[in-house]
Write a protein that binds this ligand. Structure first.
Ligand SMILES: [Mg+2]
Length: 238
């Protein structure tokens, strides 16, 4: 629940008069990261264990260093890479549990308000096409977005400055008049360093886990908190 104090604190979080583009990360920002956490931490180790005749803990011990070795690089986000690495068809496995894919509570209302305000609304994700198309289709959220941009199309993850350069070349936008939200610290820093005008961190990407702090960055628990700031804008005389 958003109390009056939270409301007052959030009103100043975004200067909507300086925003024409709203770029949002997908997993953990729009969609509940509970799905991905369950997938990678529980389901993949369990399937890998089954396939290789291992205990689940042994499977985890084997997989974890391989996961962390490529974190924040494109292979980490690439379903094909993990299919090759593990022999498990990742796209198929995600489809199997697609009913667990959910938006973060309250976020759809925010998307509706941004869309209604006439601003450009894009997804900027490190997720592979197999993954984002399944997720946006299953949740029906695809209809809110003018573009879905995957870093796989450019060859650099969002953590890399070259992603932002390639993005701007493919889809012209003004960084200074852009709001960007993400739950990953390295990605937030990269967006800020590139010159995105307003950068917002998400403190509670997984609805099943407690919020964590994001130091030295403007942040909200979820984008639902920003809906009130847009509601104020609509009432304000222009
Ligand atoms: Mg994310």
């Amino acid at each position: 629940m958003t109390g009056l104090n939270d409301h007052l604190a959030n009103v100043h979080l975004v200067d909507w008069h300086r925003v024409d583009w709203v770029l949002l990360d997908m997993d953990g920002t729009v969609l509940d990261l509970a799905f991905d956490n369950y997938f990678w931490r529980e389901l993949v180790p369990a399937r890998y264990a089954e396939k290789n005749g291992l205990e689940v803990d042994a499977a985890r011990r084997e997989l974890e260093p391989r996961f962390s070795a490529v974190q924040h690089t494109l292979p980490w986000y690439c379903t094909d890479h993990w299919t090759r690495e593990t022999g498990i068809n990742m796209a198929e496995l995600k489809r199997e549990i697609r009913t667990l894919i959910r938006p973060i509570p309250g976020v759809e209302e925010f998307l509706r308000m941004v869309q209604r305000s006439g601003r450009h609304l894009w997804i900027a994700t490190n997720a592979h096409r197999d993954s984002w198309s399944l997720k946006l289709e299953h949740t029906g959220l695809g209809r809110y977005f003018e573009h879905v941009i995957s870093s796989h199309d450019f060859g650099y993850p969002k953590e890399d400055r070259r992603f932002w350069e390639a993005l701007r070349e493919a889809y012209p936008f003004e960084p200074g008049r852009t709001l960007f939200a993400d739950d990953s610290m390295p990605v937030l820093s990269s967006a800020q360093a590139y010159g995105i005008g307003q950068v917002i961190g998400i403190r509670k990407p997984d609805s099943g886990l407690p919020a964590r702090p994001i130091p030295s960055m403007r942040s909200v628990e979820t984008l639902a908190e920003l809906a009130v700031t847009l509601a104020d804008e609509r009432r304000a005389p222009r």
